[in-house]
Design a protein around this ligand. Structure first.
Ligand SMILES: Cc1ncc(COP(=O)(O)O)c(C=O)c1O
Length: 400
């Protein structure tokens, strides 16, 4: 036990907390906030969240829930009404046939991911993780004691991941393959064919697949595809979804998993000993989102495509920047390596810090996503704000 007089630096924290790092994206948000508090006008391309307001009918449902005193604990994994709404939405959109017992609602998609990984990954297990990866996957796996086996992808192929690439990394210790299509940060989208092949391979080898489908509706390459539609392979599959990006509800914190009932039951056990149920009021709002009109999703998607084209054209017009066309989510991932060695900037982190400190544009350096040559730009903002940021970036890069 630590005595009250002991200095905080002398406290020995657990191995598991020492294995992980704070989220790189959260660090950028904090840094940009600090500048703003000093009165500096920051163009924020760092935050990974929609710039839209939550649709009115969803807000109305939350207000009605408060007025109706729906303010008590609910079942740990969410109300039956919400779990039915989750499986209903998935069945309508992806032709799946999950049952209520095969879904759990959590406090955000990240929470569902965290819980699923704690349930599936044990000390020494290997987890195949395509690069670039969303920042939290690596740390959540490490927290569980697992080892990430990184799968490099090729930028010139649009960061494509195929079953063949994954197969080469499977060993007897492989427990899980993590997929994230559309991807944060690259915006890459796996084809339905590639996804099916990976799932088939995993099934054959007795390996679990965790598919983070938080951006599934923001697919600009074709119709959204969920591996949950591959009914024959469901026994080793976990799908994580979120209302954050689909319905512009990041602050509400509502995500879910779809998985075999035994996995859901284990996740529910862990959730019962940590957060308990997601906020009751938010659950009512989530039912309205999932069962109400989906026109808002279609409209936001159309606007993201317009913003993507605008920002990619603007970036490609900057000499020295290379930028693949993202096929989904709301990020671009330009390659900035041709600027290394100029103006004292030798890495994506150096460039992103100088860009923020000197020209007041917040971006996230690629190192947090496992690549060294890129920065991530979130284009979930207005055209006017994109133009302001692009102009500053143009001036900054020309100044190096
Ligand atoms: C790939 C990916 N998964 C999961 C999440 C978590 O989203 P939330 O916890 O808001 O549902 C995010 C958020 O940025 C994400 O980008």
């Amino acid at each position: 036990m630590t005595s009250v007089t002991e200095s905080p630096t002398a406290v020995k924290f657990t191995d598991r907390i020492n294995r992980i790092e704070p989220s790189a994206t959260m660090a950028v948000v904090a840094e940009a906030d600090k500048l703003r508090q000093q009165g500096i006008d920051v163009v924020d391309f760092g935050a990974g969240e929609p710039h839209f307001a939550t649709p009115q009918h969803i807000k109305d449902a939350a207000i009605a829930a408060i007025q109706g005193n729906f303010t008590r604990y609910t079942a740990v994994g969410g109300t039956a009404e919400l779990r039915d709404a989750i499986v209903h939405r998935h069945a309508v959109d992806f032709d799946s046939d999950y049952r209520r017992e095969e879904t759990i609602a959590s406090t955000g998609g990240k929470h569902a991911l965290f819980t699923a990984i704690q349930v599936l990954v044990d000390h020494g297990d290997e987890v195949i993780l395509p690069v670039p990866y969303w920042v939290s996957f690596k740390d959540i796996v490490r927290f569980a004691g697992g080892n990430c086996v990184l799968l490099d992808s090729d930028e010139s192929q649009g960061f494509r991941i195929t079953a063949g690439m994954i197969e080469r990394l499977i060993t007897p210790r492989t427990k899980l393959i993590i997929l994230n299509s559309p991807s944060n940060p690259s915006g890459a989208v796996m084809s339905a064919g590639d996804l099916t092949e990976v799932v088939r391979l995993a099934h054959e080898r007795g390996v679990w697949v965790l598919s983070d489908e938080c951006y599934v509706y923001l697919n600009y390459a074709g119709s959204p595809f969920s591996i949950g539609s591959l009914r024959d392979f469901r026994e080793r599959m976990v799908i994580v979804g979120s209302l954050s990006k689909t319905y512009a509800m990041t602050g509400w914190r509502l995500g879910y998993a779809l998985a075999p009932a035994a996995v859901v039951s284990a996740m529910s056990k862990l959730q019962s000993q940590s957060t308990s149920n997601p906020t009751s009021i938010v659950q009512k709002a989530a039912v309205a989102a999932l069962k109400g009109p989906q026109q808002c999703v279609i409209e936001m998607r159309a606007e993201y495509i317009r913003l993507r084209d605008h920002v990619v054209n603007g970036l490609r017009a900057i000499p020295g920047l290379k930028c693949t066309l993202p096929q989904g989510a709301f990020y671009v991932y330009p390659n900035v390596s041709s600027f290394f060695g100029r103006g004292g900037a030798n890495s994506a982190s150096d460039l992103a810090s100088k860009l923020l400190r000197e020209f007041h544009v917040a971006t996230v350096p690629g190192e947090g996503f496992g690549t060294r040559d890129h920065i991530r730009i979130s284009y979930a903002t207005s055209v006017a704000e994109l133009d302001r940021g692009l102009e500053r970036m143009r001036k900054f890069l020309a100044s190096l």
